[in-house]
Design a protein around this ligand. Structure first.
Ligand code: CMC
Length: 448
């Protein structure tokens, strides 16, 4: 294999599989210099060139806008094969975990690398109950946000504010402090999220319930009233737990890379996950679940046919994307989308909900999957395509969809932050500067 690099070339040291297993370096020729680049091979045979000495040895850096070809770390946590549609947490297939595990157990797995035994799971769950309350002081923060504040803004601010209440957790130097900090964050984020919803409505805050499990407790804080305790159908609780589990980690995506980037400066866990919330908010990332439902609602409100809408997307002039389709890594079905779609159909049927949005979504999927535009670009439904529809069916308001994603992603961010904390290197990309070359300061009178 020979790839052109400017005026040079990069060549695998060997080409056959057997030889490649033996290969340890690739040679790169730049101008008349040949250097050896170490080849790093991951446990699933993913290959990378270690270019960390490239600039020192040649004066060149690599440029990869959007980082589509750049590995930022070596990680033991999550494996994705985007061409085959594979997602595994710590070696366990997402389908296996979705069928057999729970969000809390999966959170433990992500953070500690192994499934817990019964005692470990009990202790871990107990920490969530212990830390689910917010200090009264934090509660007052909610009163200061104006009505209708975006819950993602409230969530990010409240996570940062937590740092002020737990100064003893800012420097994590041992596993016990890390466990304490992570359980606090994962449990409180759910309380904060529910509070932000109540605050938006101008309703009284509902405290967490000591006997309810993670997802059920969240629904309780969202929907219970003093005169009417919310008793959800177990199918609904299970579906929400599954949504949390499916979002729990996804290797080096935009928000996780943000969390690791912030953490690499040795910033504390609270500040790092708060930054992750900001990155997740965007419609190309976690905000896509809101954008999908907006899109379905628009199609329905304007009485558009699905084929007309797809035509608008393909036309590109209107700048409309088929939200919930496409992925930087998956060039095949996003396995999470398949699981959510199935769960969505089951829950809607069980709760006897007939949602026209699901019908539009299914029709859109069918049309897009037959269309050359999407086929050629390998655009398939991603996790957000059906998650908005199911969250709607669960009675979760649209503004909370991305917050739900953030609650689910918290163990992934925490695990990734912890892994990053083992490295002593700050993340600091370089750039190719394209601005003015040096010039002299012009006094005001000389400027036109
Ligand atoms: N609808 C229409 N065209 C699309 C779409 C889409 N959803 N996604 C990509 N394309 C086209 C794009 O216009 C480009 O076409 P061309 O080659 O003619 O210029 C081509 O496909 C490649 O697109 P890209 O933007 O270079 O691909 P990317 O890997 O940088 O972007 C993405 C990935 C997820 C941002 C993008 O597919 C997208 O915007 N999807 C819609 C938003 C969405 O659903 N986001 C949730 C992602 S999954 C949850 C998460 O992990 O955050």
């Amino acid at each position: 294999m020979l790839l052109s690099v400017l005026r040079g070339s990069i060549e695998w040291a060997s080409t056959t599989q057997g030889e490649r297993d033996m290969a340890e370096t690739a040679s790169l020729q730049i101008e008349d210099k040949i250097i050896q680049l170490p080849i790093i091979v991951g446990s699933e045979d993913e290959k990378a060139l270690d270019i960390s000495k490239l600039r020192a040895e040649t004066g060149y850096i690599t440029l990869d806008q959007g980082y589509g070809n750049t590995g930022s770390c070596q990680s033991d946590i999550t494996f994705i094969d985007g061409d085959k549609g594979i997602l595994r947490y710590r070696g366990y297939a997402i389908e296996d975990l979705a069928a057999n595990s729970s969000f809390i157990e999966t959170a433990y797995l992500l953070i500690w690398g192994e499934l817990p035994n019964a005692d470990e799971l009990r202790e871990f769950s107990a920490l969530f109950t212990k830390h689910q309350m917010l200090r009264e002081g934090i509660k007052h923060h909610f009163n200061l946000f104006p009505p209708n504040s975006p819950p993602m803004a409230v969530l990010s601010s409240a996570l940062n504010a937590l740092a002020c209440y737990y100064p003893e957790l800012l420097d994590i130097e041992d596993a016990a402090t890390f466990t304490e900090a992570s359980a606090r964050i994962m449990s409180k984020v759910r309380t904060i999220a529910a509070y932000s919803h109540r605050q938006q409505l101008g309703h009284r805050i509902e405290y967490p319930h000591p006997d309810k499990q993670f997802a059920e407790n969240f629904l309780h804080m969202m929907f219970s009233e003093p005169y009417n305790q919310f008793e959800p159908d177990p199918a609904l609780v299970k579906a929400l737990d599954l949504i949390f589990l499916l979002h729990a980690d996804h290797e080096q995506n935009c928000s996780t890379s943000t969390v690791r980037m912030v953490g690499s400066s040795e910033a504390n866990l609270f500040a790092s996950v708060a930054a992750g919330v900001g990155a997740l908010w965007g419609p190309l990332h976690g905000g896509a679940n809101v954008a999908v439902v907006n899109m379905l609602e628009r199609i329905s409100a304007e009485n558009l046919s699905v084929t007309d809408f797809v035509r608008q997307v393909k036309d590109k002039k209107a700048g409309i994307r088929l939200m919930g389709f496409g992925h930087r890594v998956y060039k095949n079905f996003d396995p999470r989308a398949n699981i959510i779609k199935k769960s969505c159909e089951e829950v809607l049927e069980k709760l006897h909900i007939d949602d026209p949005m699901l019908d539009i979504a299914k029709e859109l999927e069918a049309v897009a999957l037959q269309d050359d535009y999407f086929v050629q670009r390998k655009l398939y439904p991603n996790v957000d395509f059906y998650s908005g529809v199911i969250l709607r069916a669960l009675g979760i308001p649209k503004e909370m969809f991305t917050v739900i994603f953030a609650i689910g992603r918290m163990p992934g961010w925490i695990a990734q932050w912890y892994e990053e904390s083992k490295s002593t290197k700050i993340s600091r990309p370089r750039q190719v500067y394209t601005g003015s070359v040096e010039r002299s300061y012009q006094p005001m009178v000389e400027r036109s």
